[in-house]
Design a protein around this ligand. Structure first.
Ligand code: HEM
Length: 332
């Protein structure tokens, strides 16, 4: 009798210990992991890299847009491939919202996806493809390599009005910090990831207010006083008022090379966006900009990989949540 009671108590204890070892979230929640596809699609990462390399060889200017796609995916509904979905009857998707009209590279993602579907159908998510391609284009632009945790699943929803969650180029430092914090990202992530502007281009329309109409008066002197005046004069020769077509290299002369050029520019008040200049308005971000303007690349490279991993974790769907799309632009 006593031994029966003891064994009942023991099994209750063991059961409660087992319960306390379960993760506190839903039973389906899982972390992303390295080598997630090692059994289900062992060549997934090699296939992604090979396709990315082919594209960048013929169209190096796509590196910037492909890095930016992952950022715009993660900041709206998490890194769930929602940025890739097409609008449907009755729903305007993220990609057709104003902040995303300058995104490019969707065709590259479709191409990589098609290759993967041939080798391992229905296995590799579009959200993971975005994360892997972002890493690979940085590597192909002579930037750092970082291991990309995978296992993201694709979402079902994409809504234009949710792109309000993206930081605007007019943002001041307070807004930037709070937008990043709302995604679980730190002030350091903000200044490090802004370094992504070392590659790529910007349309004049993304900073023309600083050149011609900073306070809404639109007088010849209505300029952003924080922008270096020589640089402002140069930008004015390229960008005319209301110019929506012309674009400039964000890191002139080295806009295809991933390096610390961005910090050198921002340190001289030559970042093109108000949000770049804003990094000089907070002690932490300012210190990072100034110390990396002259420093070797190694610390920035390490930081960039770490912060990309942080960004790649934002709001991910894992386990049985979401799906693995067959085509990235439409839900299955
Ligand atoms: C901190 C807040 C940010 C703001 C306000 C911002 C804003 C912008 C804007 C306005 C453009 C130019 C779009 C155009 O006119 O064509 C741009 C381009 C770009 N952004 Fe950002 N961005 C931010 C953060 C990031 C982050 C975190 C990344 C990646 C880690 C990133 C990567 C890029 C790249 C690579 C381009 C060049 C795209 C191309 O060549 O077409 N940005 N960004």
């Amino acid at each position: 009798m006593i031994s029966e009671m003891a064994s009942n108590i023991l099994s209750m204890l063991l059961a409660s210990m087992a319960l306390s070892l379960l993760p506190t979230g839903s039973a389906e929640e899982q972390d992303l992991s390295l080598g997630y596809y090692s059994k289900t699609c062992p060549n997934a990462e090699a296939i992604v890299f090979e396709e990315a390399a082919k594209v960048i060889k013929v169209a190096p200017s796509l590196a910037g847009p492909l890095l930016r796609l992952h950022f715009h995916d993660c900041f709206v509904r998490g890194c769930d491939g929602s940025v890739l979905l097409n609008s449907t009857k009755g729903n305007v998707a993220e990609k057709d919202a104003y902040p995303n009209l300058s995104l490019r590279g969707y065709g590259v993602i479709d191409r990589v996806k098609a290759k993967l579907e041939k080798t391992c159908p229905g296995v590799v998510s579009c959200a993971d493809i975005l994360a892997l391609v972002a890493r690979d284009v940085v590597v192909l632009s002579k930037g750092p390599y970082w291991p990309v945790p995978t296992g993201r699943r694709d979402g079902f929803v994409s809504m234009a009005n949710e792109t309000k969650q993206l930081p605007p180029f007019t943002a001041n430092i307070t807004t930037l910090i709070s937008v990043f914090a709302s995604k679980g990202l730190s002030v350091k992530d903000l200044v490090v990831l802004s370094g992504g502007h070392t590659i790529g281009i910007s349309h004049c329309s993304s900073f023309n207010d600083r050149l011609y109409n900073f306070t809404g008066k639109a007088t010849p002197t209505d300029i952003d006083p924080t922008l270096d005046k020589y640089y402002l004069a140069k930008l004015r020769t390229i960008c005319k008022p209301n110019d929506a077509v012309t674009f400039v290299e964000m890191d002139p002369g080295s806009f295809r090379t991933f390096d610390t050029g961005y910090y050198k520019l921002v340190a001289k008040s030559r970042g093109v966006f108000h949000s770049d200049e804003a990094l000089l308005q907070h002690p932490l971000t300012k210190a990072y900009v100034l110390s990396h303007a002259g420093a070797s690349e190694s610390e920035f490279f390490k930081d960039f990989g770490d912060s990309m991993i942080n960004m790649g974790n934002v709001g991910v769907l894992t386990g049985s949540a979401g799906e693995v799309r067959k085509k990235c632009a439409v839900v299955n």
